[in-house]
Every structure is written in C-alpha cells, then in structure tokens.
Write a protein that binds this ligand. Structure first.
Ligand SMILES: [Fe+2]
Ligand SMILES: [Fe+2]
Length: 340
C-alpha cells in the first residue's frame, strides 16, 4: 500500500499484511508525523482522512444518524461499478422514482444550462448533458433533500452558505468549459457539494462550529485553519467521511476532501484545482458566505495547473467569473429549485 504523508507530502510503501484492523496509526518515516490508516476509507491505498480515533468514532456515529441516500441512488451507485450495466438501464432506475426524476429534470432545466427548449425526459437529459452529469444531479437533488430538513443550529447562516456553494459551482463549471479540463456538468456537482462537511459540523457539532467561526473571526484566520486549531480536523475530512458513507463516486469525494489542499491529491488534480480556485474566486467576489472572514490565497500548485490549461487566465478573467456567477445567481432559479 502506498501511503502519502499529509504533513510532509512524501510517499512511502507500507506492507498491507501489517495492517491489523481497518483503522490503525503509523508514523511517517520522513517526518515522524502520526498517520491514521483507514483501510476502508482509502483511495488506491492512500489514506485520505486523518482524524484522531476518538473524534473519528464520534463523527462517524453522528453521520450514521443522517438518513442514507434513497434506494434508487444506492442502486445507481452499485450499478456504476458493474461493467455490464448500460446507460439505458441506469436511466430507467432514475425514472422509477418519480419525485427524483422531477427534481433532476427541474435542475437540468434551471437556467444555468441555458437550454432554449425544456428537457422533459431523463433519456433526453442523458443525451444532452451526459449520463454522468444527470446521475450527479440526481445525487445532488437527494443530498439537498436530506439537508433541507435539518435546520441550522450554530450561527452559520445556511442560506448564504448555499449561495456560496452555488456560486462556486457556476464558476467551476465555467472554468471547466474554458479550460476543457473535464465534464463541466460533473464538476458543477462536485463544486456544489465541496463544503458539505460544514453542514454536518453545524448540525451535529454546533458548539464546536460556533467556536471555529469565532476563532477564525477573532484571529482573522481562515475557517480551515481555525478548524485545525480548534477541532484538530476539518470539514474536508467530515465531508469525505459522509461521502464514503453514502458511497458517492470518487470524482465527487476527492474535490470534497482536497479543495483546501489541492497539492495533496494524487487523483483528479485538474478537477480539484478548479474547485479550489473557484471556491476562492467566489469568496473574492463576496458571493454568499462559507465561514471565512479573510480571503485565502489561491494555491500556486492549482494556479499553475490552470495557467497551463488556460494561459490567458488573469485578474481580469477572475472578475469576469465573479460577474458571471452573480448574474447566474440572479437570473437562474437553480438555487431555489435545489433547496425547495
Ligand atoms: Fe471548504
Ligand atoms: Fe467553500
């Protein structure tokens, strides 16, 4: 198993036969950092959540209290790994759930895709925006449904939060189209869900969330840094654990896990860099609120990746992205549909 140290970034191999339980702690041979190996929560053997065991158990038990995704979504997620499954078969599973179909189609038709004509069937949507985008919109519709019934508990304003998430999604989609870095419909969804761990913190750890927010504001540090100081873990890890519990695909959970530390991902560096940069652009444009009272810097690693994909990327382009996101939020009913 290849292990990547979260602290020094160096990789080393570790003999799988030495792993006694699904969760165990080892030390990085380069910097002596304590690393928690969570066998089940690893991607190609690389551990991607490092939370102390006691806190991890507590978070997992809270996450277990959340409703699971609808059976239909679970069936789709199982079928995705089945090489014999056809797109048609998976499409028909979505249509077997009327309310999910209705909401997915509403999202597809919300102005952000800008279709002149209304898309009325899942089959049509699959042809036009691609099966993966439809599947991921269906997943988002279900995630929004679960969270819309859980009310805000800390001082973290939920409505500004969703505005932030939608803005990041609009910007990520646009950057993806401009850079041709991947499927923009898919990146839209991963960007939309990037901060989902914050909702878990708000709902199940409201006092901790208040302390993190207060500390960030008082010390004028980022929310992410404040989480590390106050909690010892971050919303990226909580979001990742939730994604794993829900069996979300890796192109959704990798950006959730790495959008604040893009240089640490070994998978999907382009998508992660786009979500990371879009997140900061939305903050720079002061669109919505995700708990940050300061503006974090865009990682040089991600900026270089984006510059390679789009050499004319500049401050001017960023201003255009901000304007576009604001306009989309004003004119598109995406957010209303998603949280209604
Ligand atoms: Fe975040
Ligand atoms: Fe964010």
């Amino acid at each position: 198993m290849l292990i990547k140290c979260d602290k020094c970034g160096k990789s080393f191999s570790f003999n799988d036969s030495l792993i006694k339980s699904s969760i165990m702690q080892i030390y990085c041979p380069y910097c002596n950092n304590k690393i928690t190996i969570n066998k089940e929560d690893s991607e190609n053997g690389v551990p991607i959540a490092q939370i102390p065991k006691e806190q991890l158990d507590n978070i997992i038990s809270k996450i277990d209290d959340l409703p699971t995704l609808p059976v239909v979504i679970q069936r789709i997620l199982q079928l995705i790994n089945d090489p014999k499954a056809t797109v048609k078969q998976i499409g028909s599973i979505i249509t077997s759930d009327q309310s999910l179909t209705a909401k997915t189609l509403k999202l597809v038709n919300s102005a952000f895709y800008g279709f002149q004509k209304k898309i009325t069937t899942v089959d049509q949507a699959i042809v036009i925006i691609g099966f993966n985008a439809v599947k991921n919109l269906a997943i988002s519709a279900s995630v929004f449904d679960i969270f819309k019934n859980v009310s805000q508990r800390s001082s973290f304003d939920r409505s500004s939060f969703w505005t932030h998430c939608a803005a990041v999604a609009f910007i990520a989609k646009q950057i993806c189209e401009d850079t041709r870095a991947g499927n923009s419909g898919e990146i839209f969804v991963s960007a939309l869900l990037h901060d989902i761990g914050k909702i878990v913190l708000d709902v199940y750890f409201p006092e901790l969330m208040n302390k993190i927010l207060y500390n960030a504001n008082y010390k004028q540090i980022s929310f992410f840094q404040s989480e590390e100081e106050i909690a010892g873990f971050t919303h990226t890890e909580v979001g990742f654990l939730l994604s794993r519990r829900w069996n979300l695909p890796d192109n959704l959970y990798i950006p959730i896990r790495y959008h604040h530390t893009p240089q640490k991902t070994i998978k999907y560096p382009n998508i992660v860099s786009i979500v990371h940069t879009s997140n900061i652009i939305a903050k720079a444009g002061k669109i919505g609120y995700d708990g940050d009272s300061i503006l974090p810097k865009i990682s040089t690693y991600s900026w270089n990746i984006l510059k390679q994909l789009k050499p004319d990327l500049s401050l001017e382009t960023i201003k255009l992205y901000i304007g576009m996101a604001k306009q989309n939020l004003e004119e598109s009913n995406f957010l209303e549909v998603a949280i209604s």
